[in-house]
Design a protein around this ligand. Structure first.
Ligand code: BGC
Length: 690
């Protein structure tokens, strides 16, 4: 039967309770991701009071609940969701780490593999991508996002949505993406999770919205609300946000789910006096599905019966959910994903493990190298530190159904001679940083230094005089100001996933050269945060010769390791930068050229970045903004000229009315290996009409 006719007929046969049931998302007990459990899950499914379930996976467990749903009065199948954040069984680097690859094709392949594993394990829906921009490393959830930059964040958001959803949702390896957390969740005051967000509309439009919007444009079928308020109204009850902006302006056609118990949390925010009031506010704001709080199922039927809420509003939400169930093929084949043989073949398969190793290698960022790295495989090494032998910490936060994880020690042992007695070792590899519980949700920190006892260990080992490679794991930028003065070589390895230790060993021993570039700057100390390379110039930009300019007394303004920073083995010479013409007319483009030279005897790979500055505009513009990049590999002794196109779209910014605008005037284009070390050329945009 044709979809619309089928859904119309189904809807006409549903009671108000069954309709509200489709909007009721409950949690199972195979994982715990929030404060409240869902009681009597099976009974609620049997009576049509539950439309979707999360935290339940495997063909057997999802089949068991789907059978209950298919035996309910109208036999409406369930959707199964889960927090597949950086892989399902095979775990890829944490998203912040993977974003440092700047490799969109790789990121998309990881999302595809995660989707295939999730779908093979009975799931239809992943709570990813998390696209919250954040400039605050105190916030533990920076681990789940792609860093500080809206332009790169938008590119990554698109790649992930395409990777998860593919071309056809009913395909056995596709899942629904869920863009989260809408919106602004990455800017809680003081970096404290779940805390208040208070932001100008300009900051929303310029910095925080672009990745959400990109994900919607890429076709993401669902959106999750954030816990925070926006202009005093919690996101889950914010009609401006969910209906006027997301649906009407951005054209979102899918369904909106709240975050965990966010509907009832409106009582804590102090904007609803009861669950019923919260339910009404959420539905009227544009929410379709209530995660765990059960306010919808408890209140919506009577709110409709008493005429407080129009039934048409409820129907519209129900239809959005049912239409997606149809598109997933659930009405035709509710058990299609409950296939044990497929789960065995796909989950943790060799191809995905290989991909995890490749992704792990690309996520590693070389922060410093006095020439100690790469080590030769014949070097006798000792692998030390509290995280050296931990596979779990290599996986990081939010690991879904992932297990295992290759530790640094295990990975290094496979390629080199590891000495048990550190005194006999020629080089020490010291693995320090955050364990997996120190980042992610509900893991904010006011210190972003290495833990005290780890610094003590570092001091003691430095006193031995042996050369030490410092490897740091973490889910956030760290303050490594002390370490950078002491250690000859430093690799930042985030949490690299299932094959993490092997990927790390590949980089340490030069089997692969490091290519990672930071997507969030590492500050000099926590007092600088929140911070971004995209800062505004202000009226008194820093001038070392002038007292009354913007600065700190005790530390430089910029990051210790800036956005876009990352070394590799060997250094490319960045030569002249020039433009084909000094002026562009409206609608024209310019070509920006950069000369690169590899004077060494090994191939060198570099991600070359270009940034823009609008020098005079009707609103103040950032001192630089990423506009493009290219990863290039130059062979030994190769010289090459690369080029970027500068187009009108690159010059667009939100004008005084926050609408996109392109203005004439003078601009700077900057090219370099990171956001700090750039060469600058100037050009003019001049409209033909003028
Ligand atoms: C998190 C979400 C997650 C949800 C479901 C919440 O606590 O904020 O990111 O998707 O739980 O587990």
């Amino acid at each position: 039967m044709e979809r619309d006719a089928f859904l119309k007929d189904l809807l006409s046969r549903m009671t108000l309770e069954e309709k509200a049931g489709q909007l009721n998302l409950l949690t199972g007990t195979m994982d715990a991701t929030g404060m409240k459990d869902s009681a009597d899950l099976e009974e609620k499914i049997r009576t049509g009071h539950c439309g979707a379930v999360f935290n339940v996976f495997t063909p057997a467990a999802t089949r068991a609940l789907q059978e209950v749903a298919m035996a309910s009065r109208l036999a409406v199948p369930l959707i199964f969701g889960y927090d597949v954040i950086h892989g399902h069984r095979t775990i890829f680097p944490i998203p912040l780490g993977l974003s440092c690859s700047w490799n969109l094709a790789l990121i998309q392949r990881c999302a595809q593999a995660a989707a295939a594993e999730a779908a093979a394990d009975g799931l239809h829906w992943v709570y990813s991508p998390m696209v919250d921009i954040s400039q605050d490393p105190r916030w533990g959830r920076v681990a789940e996002g792609s860093g500080e930059d809206p332009w790169l964040g938008a590119e990554i958001a698109r790649a992930m949505v395409h990777g998860y959803q593919g071309e056809n949702l009913a395909a056995p390896d596709a899942v629904l993406a869920c863009v989260k957390h809408f919106a602004l969740y990455g800017a809680p005051q003081g970096g404290r999770d779940y805390h208040t967000v208070d932001m100008s509309r300009r900051a929303m439009v310029e910095t925080y919205f672009p990745p959400y919007q990109a994900a919607i444009e890429a076709g993401a079928r669902t959106v999750m609300t954030s816990f925070n308020e926006i202009d005093g109204i919690p996101a889950s009850g914010n009609r401006w946000l969910l209906t006027e902006l997301l649906r009407e302006q951005w054209g979102f056609r899918g369904w909106i789910v709240t975050d965990y118990t966010a509907v009832s949390e409106m009582k804590n925010h102090g904007t609803a006096g009861s669950d019923a009031e919260a339910a009404q506010q959420a539905l009227e704001a544009g929410v379709d599905m209530d995660m765990v709080s059960e306010c919808f199922i408890a209140a919506l039927p009577s709110l409709v019966k008493s005429g407080v809420i129009a039934e048409a509003l409820l129907d519209a939400a129900v239809l959005r959910v049912l239409a997606t169930k149809w598109d997933l093929g659930l009405f035709q084949a509710p058990f299609a994903r409950c296939d044990e043989a497929r789960a065995r073949a796909v989950n943790g398969c060799e191809a995905h493990r290989d991909l995890a190793r490749e992704a792990g290698r690309e996520a590693v960022v070389l922060l410093k190298n006095d020439g100690l790295l790469p080590l030769s495989q014949s070097t006798k090494v000792a692998v030390l530190g509290p995280l050296a032998a931990s596979g779990r910490d290599m996986l990081g936060c939010w690991i879904a159904a992932g297990v295992g994880g290759i530790s640094a020690l295990e990975g290094i042992r496979e390629v080199a001679e590891v000495t048990e007695d550190w005194q006999a070792a020629e080089v020490l590899i010291l693995v320090l940083g955050e364990d997996w519980e120190m980042h992610g949700e509900a893991a904010s920190r006011t210190s972003i230094r290495l833990p005290k006892e780890q610094r003590k260990l570092a001091r003691e080992l430095l006193e031995t005089g042996k050369p030490i490679v410092l490897v740091t794991l973490s889910g956030r930028p760290l303050d490594l100001s002390w370490e950078v003065q002491k250690f000859p070589a430093m690799l930042h390895a985030w949490a690299l996933g299932s094959e993490g230790g092997r990927a790390l060993a590949d980089v340490i021993f030069g089997i692969a050269a490091p290519v990672g570039k930071l997507t969030m700057g590492f500050p000099r100390n926590v007092g600088q945060v929140p911070m971004t390379y995209r800062e505004k110039p202000g009226g008194r930009p820093f001038d070392a010769t002038q007292k009354y300019t913007s600065k700190y007394l005790d530390v430089e303004n910029d990051a210790l390791f800036p956005f876009g920073y990352g070394l590799t083995y060997g250094t490319l010479q960045h030569g002249t930068v020039w433009l084909d013409r000094p002026r562009m007319a409206a609608g024209e483009s310019l070509t920006l050229f950069a000369e690169l030279e590899n004077e060494q005897e090994i191939p060198i790979t570099e991600t070359v970045q270009w940034y823009l500055r609008d020098l005079v505009a009707t609103v103040s513009r950032p001192v630089k903004e990423l506009r493009g990049y290219q990863r290039v590999t130059l062979q030994a002794q190769e010289r090459r000229v690369i080029s970027f196109k500068i187009q009108d779209a690159d010059l667009s910014f939100p004008g005084r009315d926050l609408q996109p605008r392109i203005e004439d005037g003078e601009f700077e284009a900057m090219v370099g290996p990171n956001s700090r070390d750039v060469q600058v050329v100037r050009f003019w945009r001049v409209s033909l009409e003028n």
